[in-house]
Design a protein around this ligand. Sequence first.
Ligand code: ADP
Length: 255
Amino acid sequence: SNKIVIKIGSSTITSEDGTINKEFLDNLAKQVKTLMDMGKRVIIVSSGARISGVGTLGKWSRKEDIHYKQALCAIGQVELMDSYRKTFNNYDLHVAQILLTRQDFEDKARTLNIRNTLFTLIDEGVVPVINENDTVCVDEIKIGDNDVLAAYTTVLWNADLLFILSDIDGIYDKSPKENKDATLIKWVNNIEELEKNISIGKTSSFGTGGIQTKIKAAKIVNGYGIPLIISNGKKENIIEKLNGESESGTTFYED
Ligand code: ADP
């Protein structure tokens, strides 16, 4: 795979208290640098703006009011990008922020503009970091979560692979946090069969979509012949996984 989209979940990029997980981010930057030195190109789709906003303001800011949530995203997005910029700079990489909404994928002219900007950034060796523009999005006009945003981005760029980093090793037959005997499903070549055979539990506290949206993302990219891998961001070395040296992770590829 030469063109890789990497999606980072909230619980992977931040700790429970909303502070950025520096160790994870440093490791990510290092891996992206290695991939780029190998001639591969990378786009990142990153969650974590809202919980970073909570981290910035403090615990009392966990309110559910929609405008409050949007305000948290506005605060946290800056915090998030600040961390990306500093960490990636340590590896001589530049990052660029792109905030998108559903309309950006529905309107041809807008989609074309995004494509051209993305391609320009990538030609310049810059790493685009994409997130949904939560500050301007009310629920009705939302893509809703970054698994699906990452899938749209993968298709738009015609990438070779979508890599989703979460806080679990992959998809299990039942929710791993609630069932100690859950087994990891390593390979999915029929998503409808999978859906019949697994049970889905709760998402992590700041996760939005959970497993449902990861399956939706798999359907979208597999529909274009592009595989999707779900792995544990806390322990997975992306490069090992790409080389088939790692046992963990779920790979979706419909033939
Ligand atoms: P992210 O923020 O990385 O997108 P989410 O919290 O939205 O992650 O979704 C991942 C969570 O889904 C995991 O923490 C896990 O506990 C939960 N989950 C529920 N059912 C399953 C299942 N069948 N297989 C794997 N994870 C599951």
